[in-house]
Ligand binder design. Structure first.
Ligand code: C6P
Length: 419
């Protein structure tokens, strides 16, 4: 992300677009610090959902009646919108899925089963979310592939020396595929995606990037990153739950992918005993898609793109820096790098001798929503010697006052447990 200074975000105006942010929880104004789990939705996205169901509700790609045509056009328009947002040449490079998890499962099944065999190495990282671990565990069971992991250093960054060495290995243990997160949902660490993809491609290694936590915070340019596959969820980027995408960086990859789910929409011709398949991307979209959600996601991207990405980033860095300044002297153990610019938006910490669920419950009593638990990253928890942490995550609608409310709430919680 560039460091050129931007005009600050008009956070007060942004907040007015999010109806939920003016509600109360437990008699206090809601302080929503759990956007890494799911973002709140602006009225523009809620309106797009209501509008679809009020004016255009029909199944897509099936009937020829007026509503069906309208729904299909809007649905395909949303696909084109995503393609522009992530900068790929054609909408056909966007496969609609239910989200990041399904996108990665799709690659593991459609690409993995076809191209990987027993003994082939799949390189992952210790900081990956279960969504980028378990699909590969399943593939390892099905195909006998070997999994290797780039370690995480004490400062929350990837061991890049290790990664570079593995990506340059031209021996029998040379990885065939490298799947890694662009940004950790626990540490906030932003990985050097473009450089890692460049090194992987130089060695003929296919790359899968988990963009669940990076896409919400600024445009993700697939052409510039040079990744083969990018997975993300709409719901973390102001869009609805239940929809996401797999971006296929190069259309040629489709030639080496088999269908993974069968059913309506993904076929060309079906006989009782066998079938042929539609062209991609529909080949990978069996069944009725979440059309309304896809269309509302396009509205979310319009909303995001109307804001200055540099201003969003700077705002999140400012909030993160303030949180680190306020939390550090409190005797908490904060996981990850000290540099707020490299972990913008995410601060996970351990309060000594207090279970994160207790911390989160006390904060909730003050209307403050944070996440507590293993964050679907149990191996990373183990790496840092904790079972769970409390995590605050900030987004474009959060304010410095909310960060101060978090620090005050934490101080009160720690005082409560000291007694
Ligand atoms: N992380 C969190 O609270 P889905 O559930 O498919 O939309 O996204 C899965 C996923 C994949 N990768 C990363 C890096 C993620 O952070 C997530 C979702 C949420 O951290 C819910 S566990």
């Amino acid at each position: 992300m560039t460091t050129v200074s931007a005009r600050p975000l008009d956070v007060a105006a942004i907040r007015r677009d999010f109806p939920i942010l003016s509600t109360e929880v437990n008699g206090r104004p809601l302080v929503y610090l759990d956007s890494a789990a799911t973002s709140q939705k602006p009225r523009q996205v809620i309106d797009a959902l209501t509008d679809f169901y009020s004016t255009s509700c029909a199944n897509v790609h099936r009937s020829v009646h007026h509503l069906a045509e309208r729904a299909t056009n809007k649905f395909e328009g949303a696909r084109a919108r995503v393609a522009r947002f992530v900068n790929v040449a054609t909408p056909e490079q966007i496969i609609w899925t239910r989200g990041t998890t399904e996108s990665i499962n799709l690659v593991a099944n459609a690409w993995g089963d076809r191209n990987l065999a027993a003994g082939d190495v799949v390189l992952l990282t210790e900081m990956d979310h279960h969504a980028n671990l378990v699909p590969w565990h399943l593939l390892a069971k099905r195909r006998g592939v070997k999994l290797q992991f780039v370690p995480v250093l004490d400062d929350g960054k990837l061991d890049l020396e290790f990664a570079h060495a593995r990506l340059a290995d031209d021996g029998p243990d040379r990885p065939k595929l490298f799947a890694f997160t662009a940004k950790s949902n626990v540490l906030g660490t932003e990985n050097p995606v473009a450089d890692l993809c460049r090194r992987a491609h130089a060695a003929g290694i296919v790359t899968v990037v988990d963009g669940a936590q990076s896409l919400p915070h600024g445009p993700v340019d697939v052409a510039a990153l040079g990744c083969d596959f990018l997975a993300f969820s709409a719901h973390k980027a102001l869009g609805p739950m239940g929809v996401g995408c797999l971006v296929v960086g190069r259309p040629a990859l489709y030639e080496r992918m088999d269908p993974w789910q069968g059913g309506g929409e993904m076929i060309r011709r079906v006989r009782l005993e066998d079938s042929t398949y539609a062209d991609p991307p529909l080949r990978f979209e069996a069944g009725t898609p979440s059309a309304a959600d896809a269309i509302a996601f396009a509205a979310a991207l319009d909303y995001l793109e109307a804001l200055d990405p540099v201003a969003i980033h700077e705002h999140e860095v400012r909030l993160t820096a303030l949180a680190l300044d306020l939390l550090r002297p409190m005797g908490l153990r904060i996981l990850g790098t000290d540099d707020p610019a490299q972990r913008a938006g995410i601060v996970a910490f351990d309060v000594p001798d207090v279970h994160p669920h207790d911390v989160a419950t006390l904060l909730d009593g003050r209307g403050i929503a944070v996440r507590a638990g293993h964050h679907c990253a149990q191996p990373l928890m183990r790496r840092f010697g904790v079972q769970a942490t409390t995590r605050a995550s900030f987004y474009l609608y959060n304010t410095e006052d909310e960060v101060r409310a978090l620090a005050e709430g934490l101080a009160a919680a720690m005082e409560y447990f000291r007694r």
